[in-house]
Design a protein around this ligand. Structure first.
Ligand code: ZN
Length: 105
């Protein structure tokens, strides 16, 4: 199972933003979804209220299902499959299966 964390660099592999990459802003563990900065934007209509006098349309990131993103490897310059490796101090580190570069340092 792929593990994603906040600040991971990911690439979208499905849906309307396919091929775009960005940084994970939030991980919704219970829903198996992630929110990626500036990706999967949806328009929300806002009503005039306390903080906005006019109301209008704002763009907000909607969450993306985990199966639609992959970790992006800076070294390979593409989305890659990742594995998990036990480190010397018994912690788990994710690595790129292509070039063996560690994602967790
Ligand atoms: Zn790599």
């Amino acid at each position: 199972m792929m593990r994603l964390k906040k600040d991971d660099k990911v690439m979208v592999i499905g849906g309307k933003d396919k091929g775009k990459s960005g940084k994970v802003k939030r991980v919704l563990y219970a829903k198996d979804r992630v929110v990626v900065e500036k990706l999967n934007l949806v328009k929300r209509h806002t009503k005039p209220g306390m903080d906005q006098a006019q109301g209008g349309i704002i763009e907000k990131e909607a969450s993306i299902h985990r199966s639609n993103v992959m970790l992006y490897c800076d070294k390979c310059e593409k989305a890659v499959r990742s594995g998990v490796r036990k480190m010397g101090d018994n912690s788990n580190a994710r690595y790129c299966k292509q070039c063996e570069e560690l994602f967790d340092k």
